[in-house]
Design a protein around this ligand. Sequence first.
Ligand code: FBP
Length: 552
Amino acid sequence: MNLSPLQKTRYEYSPKLPGMLRGGIAEICVKDGAATQSVADQDKIKALFPNTYGKNEITFQKGTNTSEAKKQVVGVILSGGQAPGGHNVISGLYDALKATNSENVLLGFKGGPDGLLKDDYVEFDDAFIDAYRNTGGFDIIGSGRTKLETQEQFAIVAENAKKNGLTAIVIIGGDDSNTNAATLAEYMAANNTGVQVIGCPKTIDGDLKNEDIEASFGFDTATKTYSELIGNIERDANSAKKYWHFIKVMGRSASHVALECALETQPNICLIGEEVAAKKMSLSAIADYIADSVEKRGNNGENFGVAIIPEGIVEFVPEFSKLIAEINELLAGEKTEAFNALPDWVAKYDFIKSGLTAESFAVFDILPQFVQQQLFLERDPHGNVQVSLIESEKLFSEMVKEKLAARKAAGTYKGKFGAQHHFFGYEGRCAFPSNFDADYCYSLGYNAFMLIQYGYTGYLSKVSNLSKPADEWVAGGMPITKMMNMERRNGEDKPVIRKALVELDGAPFKYFEAHREEWAVKTSFTYPGAIQYFGPAEVCDLTTRTLALEKG
Ligand code: FBP
């Protein structure tokens, strides 16, 4: 393998564990906390999880290890989108497992949940793990988005677990994957398989968090990577003084990534989907909001700027969601074929006009033609519009351009407007984990094994007090059912972990809200620069601004 100098050096990095997990496996014991209840719908969740509901939260502390000495064979999967630090969760898990008993075995199931279903795995050893320590990516075993949710799937997983002598399965994933971990844990317990299931909180989107889970891993590194790039663009904008940059950042639904990048870089504009929904903003109102900043800056002679657009923005615009729902209906089933058979865009446009309500057609009609066409080109396997593929950064820059042309004609706008477009997502998901993510992920994995060793199942590996130095972090476990409520999914009520959206009364948004008017007009950019791996802790071990503000 060709190794870059940084890769070689990162192999040598020793991730920091929470103080209570340091000093050797023999000195880690459990402190029981209070019994838990789900965040809502307690009776329903309890009925669905009779074997795993209501368990105590626990923390680890220093003391004599009283866990049962038994050989552990643990299977691990990575599930969902890549997030920096996944390799460290696995190396932390491996190190704790081997430190407990060198006979213990860690199997990595390949390609996400599919690996468990197809019984496709590798057995890790020291050399294997050492080649991935402190590196980004999920390439150690790959990942996948297959949902593990049916009884048939669980039966296959149980069968494969039995065949391989598994005592536990660790699922490293986001809210959906950990919901599945909870359901699998319940199945394993209900069927007396003896297989424990533990989850670890992953997603760059930052939307798997709650009063127990302070952050999902990967958010720190991904947002620092995007912020570096946005800062570089800001500096270019401020040097060339000729472009407005419209930058879309990943985050399928919640706007945590966009907000964190805004806190790091102080752009002129950052849209927050949750606010757009709360204020029921229309596309036109959003374009006007951006155009106001462009106009004021342009009239001050500053014909440049930066606007951050969260990936999921359009779904938060009520009129747009309604339009999408109508389009899905319009093309349901065989109607797609009839639509595709129409000879040209003019015929298709007429078909659309006659099929939509007047209200939705008015929204459709203000969209630039490339977005109109995108809505009818890109469909998911169920035939629905793939909203995430809509180039919202271009959509808004086009709409702003039109607004500015009108304002120029009215004599209020005197500047010039040229736009550049960017989408940052994949650039950050496999970056070398920051020291924070390297430490946090290693701790999550190490801790996950301690939960297994002490016999817990249906728990999420929990490491908290994260805004403090690692030696003050608190390690423990939280029953996943505590984070669940009932939600409507595909026409059915399902038990799921509640997705954490940006809270408009939370400290990160409040800070942004208090400063954004100034940032919109005055050039206030900040340039975070690249993630630093070696050097003073105040530069290298910084948490996100979101976490720092949330924790005061
Ligand atoms: P997870 O929720 O699985 O962590 O993935 C999040 C994410 O990175 C989103 O930000 C993005 O919309 C999506 O994955 C992209 O997925 P894909 O890799 O399938 O293109």
